[in-house]
Design a binder for this molecule. Structure first.
Ligand code: ADP
Length: 244
């Protein structure tokens, strides 16, 4: 892969809304194989940080992936640079089947010209993604009738076929059953070994089970970083969570 040894490198990133600083001079480095969880109280700036990296909100500073500066490039070019994200509410095409959703995502990766061409058979990347996210048996099911967890997996599958090598996932296990959480954790492990993955998540039990490392944000800043055990014992982190 052209992304094999790449990493996300955020330096001095700042996002302001009017006079309010939502993300304040954040530095963040995440490498492939280091499943990173991003936590912090409500309003800490986690989603805004992801929005900035994916071009949804303007930011100053730097956010590089694969040697490319992402800031100022615009959402579509950032996606083509191999950056993908999910939202708290899965955004799949409800009227289309699982396979059609993946086909569209694959087409988006190749660009509009190939999207118009008739395709024969199913591209290998789509088959691999179906297998990886565990939706092979549901390929012809309409996405709208999928369970909440299955929609999240489909959305992750769409990022896989788009060849996203930096995946930013916003609370992927929110609202999932315990069984769905475990399946998602295993999926994230598999994906995280080959890609750069950042997961925004509140669930501490999930974090303990699957996080390789954790970045804690508070009031727009990075408050602490390390293993789950390290950040849990960090006095500043304890204070923020007990004081909340
Ligand atoms: P988190 O994801 O950690 O809960 P957010 O990134 O959603 O936090 O929000 C960080 C802060 O920025 C909050 O105080 C929020 O109210 C504010 N904020 C987020 N988006 C906007 C916006 N579009 N306009 C103004 N303020 C915003």
């Amino acid at each position: 892969s052209r992304f094999r040894h790449d990493y996300l490198e955020v330096r001095g990133l700042r996002v302001t809304f009017g006079g309010f600083v939502a993300v304040r001079d954040v530095d963040l480095t995440v490498t492939q194989g280091d499943l990173r969880f991003l936590i912090g109280p409500n309003g800490a700036g986690k989603t805004t940080l992801i929005d900035a990296i994916t071009g949804l909100v303007g930011a100053t500073g730097s956010a590089r992936f694969g040697g490319t500066e992402l800031l100022g490039r615009g959402t579509h070019r950032i996606a083509r640079d191999g950056v993908g994200r999910t939202f708290q509410t899965a955004s799949v095409f409800e009227e289309l089947t699982v396979l059609q959703n993946l086909d569209i995502a694959a087409g988006a990766r190749r660009g509009p010209s190939t999207l118009l061409r008739r395709r024969r058979g199913t591209p290998e990347a789509v088959e691999q993604a179906l297998e990886l996210v565990g939706l092979g048996a549901l390929r012809d099911t309409t996405a709208g009738v999928l369970a909440h967890g299955q929609k999240q997996w489909l959305e992750i599958g769409m990022l896989l076929v788009q060849d996203a090598h930096l995946m930013l996932l916003d609370e992927p296990v929110a609202g999932m059953t315990q069984a769905e959480r475990e399946a998602t954790g295993e999926l994230l492990r598999r994906i995280g070994s080959q890609r750069v993955v950042v997961v925004v998540e509140h669930d501490m039990e999930f974090l303990r089970s699957y996080a390789d490392s954790v970045t804690v944000m508070h009031q727009g800043r990075v408050l602490a970083e390390g293993t789950v055990a390290e950040v849990q014992n960090d006095p500043a982190v304890v204070e923020v969570y007990l004081g909340a």
